[in-house]
Design a protein around this ligand. Structure first.
Ligand SMILES: C[S@@+](CC[C@H](N)C(=O)[O-])C[C@H]1O[C@@H](n2cnc3c(N)ncnc32)[C@H](O)[C@@H]1O
Length: 266
């Protein structure tokens, strides 16, 4: 698979340009407290590591596929200055609107496919984050490898909110989770069922925008690949946390991790 696939990139741009105004109120990884805690805990650990490794440097981060800036805003709180790259200008606008007006002019955002950004930039980073992004990329292995070439030695790549490998049953559970998780969608569903309203606005990305959502990502294979190319794995964690408690519980009972996180160092 090519690291850059025009159709996948175009599907993402089109979907997220439309979804941007709803994203923060309807996206499970932002509305779900357990998911937020997971990321907050990871970023806390990572910032501690970076402060130990680079005690007197101003830390620079890249929020790759950063969308509405939920990771970038947390990096700022840790004193890590983030650049945010995203293929959707509307998602970037949402991020910019959240910044205080005195910070906005100096916030670096780039509206670009991440492959093009990483292959053309001269910037180097202490931290590169991919939150809920790998499964949107045609060749996520190539992009993580490329990202590692933009790391300052000792720097960290962090990934979170990608689905583990799954079969058709667990994909159905993921879809159920998705539909149950959004109050807005549930309301629309009821309106559709009860009032027979014709316009039932589905908020699911075209499968073209998420090429790896249905099979999930083989995180063990990714782990082995990263080792083979000489990167160090700081952690490889699997978690049961889904968007809703019900589906999280189902994952836990079945001992079937829902997602994984990697922290990788060069
Ligand atoms: C599910 S959202 C995650 C947003 C954010 N990282 C978060 O955690 O809330 C996926 C984001 O990746 C962006 N994206 C998808 N493919 C991309 C690509 N090839 N290059 C850059 N951004 C991309 C989308 O526009 C979208 O903002």
């Amino acid at each position: 698979m090519e690291p850059f696939d025009t159709q996948v990139v175009a599907a993402n741009r089109s979907y997220f340009d439309q979804d941007a105004p709803n994203y923060d109120t309807q996206e499970g990884c932002i509305t779900n407290r357990a998911a937020l805690r997971l990321v907050a805990d990871h970023l806390h650990r990572i910032s501690g590591l970076l402060q130990t490794r680079f005690p007197s440097q101003s830390l620079r981060g890249l929020d790759a596929g950063g969308g509405t800036g939920n990771i970038a805003l947390q990096l700022r709180a840790y004193g890590i200055t983030p650049d945010l790259v995203d293929v959707s200008s509307e998602m970037i606008n949402q991020y910019l609107m959240k910044l205080p007006s005195d910070v906005r002019p100096s916030a670096k955002t780039v509206c670009s496919d991440i492959y093009h950004y990483l292959t053309t930039t001269n910037e180097n980073y202490h931290l590169i984050c991919f939150s809920s992004v790998l499964h949107h990329l045609a060749d996520y292995r190539a992009i993580v490898e490329l990202a590692s070439s933009r790391l300052i030695p000792g720097g960290i790549i962090y990934t979170i909110h990608d689905p583990c490998k799954k079969n058709a049953f667990w994909h159905k559970m993921e879809m159920a989770d998705y539909h149950l998780s959004s109050a807005q969608l549930f309301r629309n569903y009821l309106r559709h069922k009860i009032m027979r309203s014709r316009n039932y606005p589905m908020r699911t990305a075209d499968i073209g925008a998420e090429p790896h959502v249905e099979p999930g990502i083989d995180d063990e294979e990714l782990h082995r690949y990263l080792n083979r190319i000489g990167l160090k794995i700081i952690w490889h964690e699997r978690y049961y946390t889904a968007r809703t408690r019900l589906i999280s519980l189902l994952h836990r009972v079945a001992k079937r991790p829902r997602g994984f996180s990697l922290a990788i160092s060069r």
